[in-house]
Write a protein that binds this ligand. Structure first.
Ligand SMILES: *[C@@H]1O[C@H](CO)[C@@H](O)[C@H](O)[C@H]1NC(C)=O
Ligand SMILES: *[C@@H]1O[C@H](CO)[C@@H](O)[C@H](O)[C@H]1NC(C)=O
Ligand SMILES: *[C@@H]1O[C@H](CO)[C@@H](O)[C@H](O)[C@H]1NC(C)=O
Ligand SMILES: *[C@@H]1O[C@H](CO)[C@@H](O)[C@H](O)[C@H]1NC(C)=O
Length: 668
């Protein structure tokens, strides 16, 4: 108030200077939007950027004086010809207003068109007092205020008729007369107008100075013409109320309730009809006015859209994943496959290995994965074998599925097979202790005692015997070697991979060498005949025997020439009468001499160049189990290596530089 008072005095003086009767006689103005305009604004009134006049901005307070805002035409106007004139001049005003409340709750309080002797309302209250009087000066005859109120709250103590009314106010906010907001149509039908509707509403206030009659008319913008019948037509003599000079403008007040009161356009004419307003150029009111009905719809649309989008995303991703998964596990089963037993669906093996996750190792024919069969819970090793020839696969499947019927404690049991395109999957019993190879030369080195070695050697012999002689047909293993001997939980030797090399023999891939076997284990006659026989298996088994006893590989190119080929070394030691020197150093002296000699000698016997000289598996098992004796064996009659083909074989299979450079000497 301390700030407002000097300003007010200054303004008051200025106004008085400006309001000489000559200038105030011309009292016609109109505003289509208020930018630019030099309205006299006070309280919270402001002209917003769109050009709308905002009387109150929606702030709220619990207590009076509340929030007020006033806007007046800057010039004071002459309403009476002399201070004591008994008539006032006629006047006419037309304006558009818009009240914005929140959340469809009733806003408050309202605003008023005001004629007042001054523009100082700094001690007026908001809320029900509409920013132009206060509790103590309400209806005080000294106020000289005339107002038309547009009230959106029913204040019972102020005799309001309802919460949506238009009233004629003299000196205060207790209306001399009031009507619920409405307009009359051309057919004289009364239509309610919701003041608080957040849409522009037109108002006309006309006073006939001679007839002392005041007409108030309102209409929504949807009814652009002024209704012919007024809402209020009230006989009132304004001459005792109005002073000679009065300000004309608007006042508004809020308190606990949220409302923003806007005047969009305004025209005023003294002694004449107010100018028409340009309804096509009304300033807009900020977007936060979005009524709840609309925003509710918007929210609804948004959430529906969101739900649809989410649904689509979920559906698409489900489709994608199931498609991907089904593509991963799909298989085309050909008719012939159904004829063979032990067939697994690809899906089952895929699931068992969790998508081929845990690789146990890479064998000669492909990678091996660990898995657990979902139905039986059995641990398996799944071997993935790629093959380009369908024909080969078919024949092999025929063989494999029949091999599936083999049962022997020294064979790794085939549990089932599955073909998917050119890929063949073989599920074997899982061997927890891994391959013999890894025990002899790999990570598990030094863990095998002589007793264990001897047991393994006997086991493998028994397995081979089963393949060669005891099963319904003769099966040649073709690839007996340390890495194909697997150890079960009790360290029993078990032969794996039998028959696999057959697949490649049938194969038509020209890049694949016709003979698949392992270097150092291959009988020399194979380089000539390319024909695997039980005695070529025996040759390989002999190499395995020597390997087990000596703890080294059949051929070690990095050794001196006379030690490079194990068979020759053992043979020459035997001839020199000190065969046990060949024994694995790691064993020290902890082995049974008779057994060690037996194994070494049998190894040499199996390695004879002539297939027919080699013992068969039945004889070998008899020797190993002590059922036959080697006593009178003459080592000098044994021909180990007279085959010039061996050199070629070495050359043929040598891939490393060391091997090929030393192989020239090896045949001697
Ligand atoms: C009054 O002012 C309006 C413009 O504001 C002007 O057009 C009109 O001629 C003026 N009339 C008199 C009598 O000065
Ligand atoms: C009410 O308004 C009058 C005149 O503006 C002022 O003198 C008075 O102090 C005000 N009363 C209150 C309670 O604000
Ligand atoms: C109506 O206005 C007159 C002044 O013109 C006043 O004296 C009277 O008390 C008012 N009537 C009501 C009902 O407020
Ligand atoms: C007010 O309304 C009455 C009745 O509708 C009409 O006769 C009168 O001319 C109007 N007065 C003004 C100033 O429009």
């Amino acid at each position: 108030m301390a700030i407002h008072l000097p300003w007010f005095l200054l303004f008051f003086l200025l106004s008085h200077v400006r309001t000489s009767p000559a200038t105030s006689l011309n009292s016609t103005f109109s505003f289509n939007g208020f930018q630019p305009s030099d309205l006299s604004l006070s309280g919270f009134a402001t002209v917003i950027s769109t050009g709308a006049l905002q009387l109150t901005n929606g702030q709220r307070t619990m207590n009076l004086p509340g929030i007020t805002g006033q806007a007046f035409y800057p010039a004071i106007l002459q309403f009476k010809k002399g201070p004591s004139a008994t008539t006032t001049r006629s006047f006419s005003t037309h304006f558009l207003f818009e009240i914005v409340s929140k959340d469809q709750k009733p806003g408050g309080h309202g605003f008023a068109f005001v004629l007042a002797p001054s523009t100082n309302f700094c001690s007026a209250s908001g809320g029900p007092f509409l920013g132009f009087v206060n509790q103590s000066n309400n209806v005080n005859p000294n106020n000289h205020i005339f107002a038309v109120e547009f009230d959106t709250v029913q204040q019972v103590d102020l005799e309001d008729r309802d919460g949506n009314h238009v009233g004629i106010d003299v000196n205060g906010v207790i209306s001399n007369t009031s009507e619920s907001a409405a307009y009359y149509t051309e057919l004289n039908k009364k239509e309610t107008v919701l003041l608080d509707s957040q849409t522009p509403i037109q108002a006309w206030i006309e006073y006939d100075g001679k007839g002392k009659q005041l007409n108030v008319t309102i209409a929504p913008l949807s009814h652009p013409l002024k209704p012919t019948r007024s809402l209020i037509s009230y006989s009132i003599d304004l001459s005792p109320i109005l002073l000679e000079h009065m300000y004309v403008g608007f006042s508004s007040g809020t308190q606990k309730l949220f409302s923003k009161h806007y005047i969009l356009a305004w025209s005023f004419t003294m002694e004449g009809k107010a100018q028409e307003l340009d309804l096509s150029r009304l300033p807009s009111v900020p977007r936060d006015r979005t009524p709840l009905g609309k925003s509710l719809k918007l929210y609804l649309y948004l959430s529906v859209a969101l739900v649809i989008i989410l649904f689509l995303i979920i559906t698409i991703s489900i489709c994608y994943w199931t498609h991907k998964k089904s593509k991963l596990t799909s298989e085309k089963v050909e008719e012939w496959e159904m004829d063979y037993p032990h067939r697994f669906p690809y899906r089952e093996l895929y699931r068992a290995t969790k998508g081929f996750k845990e690789e146990l190792g890479k064998g000669g024919f492909g990678s091996v994965y660990k898995g657990v069969l979902p139905r039986s819970g059995m641990e398996v090793a799944v071997k993935k074998v790629s093959h380009s020839s369908k024909q080969g696969i078919r024949e092999f499947v025929a063989e494999v599925s029949s091999l599936g019927r083999m049962r022997h404690r020294n064979l790794v049991q085939l549990q089932g097979w599955c073909r998917r395109g050119e890929e063949l999957l073989l599920a074997y019993e899982f061997m927890p202790k891994g391959s013999l190879d890894s025990h002899l030369f790999g990570i598990r080195r030094k863990s095998l005692s002589w007793e264990q070695r001897f047991k393994i050697v006997k086991g493998i012999a028994s397995g081979l015997l089963y393949l060669h002689e005891e099963w319904e047909q003769v099966v040649v293993h073709r690839d007996v070697k340390a890495s194909n001997v697997l150890l079960d939980g009790d360290l029993n030797g078990r032969l794996g991979d039998f028959g696999l090399s057959r697949l490649y023999e049938h194969g038509t891939n020209p890049k694949t060498t016709k003979i698949v076997g392992s270097f150092g284990y291959m009988a020399p006659e194979l380089s000539r005949t390319c024909k695997f026989t039980t005695s070529s298996d025996v040759y390989s088994y002999g190499a395995l025997l020597l390997e087990m006893a000596c703890g080294r590989r059949p051929i070690e190119p990095e050794r001196p020439c006379d030690e490079m080929i194990l068979v020759e070394l053992v043979h020459s030691l035997w001839k020199g009468g000190r065969i046990l020197d060949a024994m694995d150093n790691k064993l020290g002296n902890s082995y049974v001499v008779e057994e060690a000699e037996l194994v070494l000698k049998l190894g040499v016997l199996c390695s004879q160049a002539a297939p027919e000289s080699r013992p068969n598996m039945r004889q070998l098992t008899q020797f190993l189990n002590g059922g036959a004796s080697l006593q009178d064996l003459e080592c000098h009659n044994i021909v180990i290596q007279d085959d010039p083909g061996m050199d070629q074989l070495i050359l043929q299979y040598s891939s490393s530089a060391i091997l090929s450079s030393t192989s020239g000497n090896s045949g001697s």
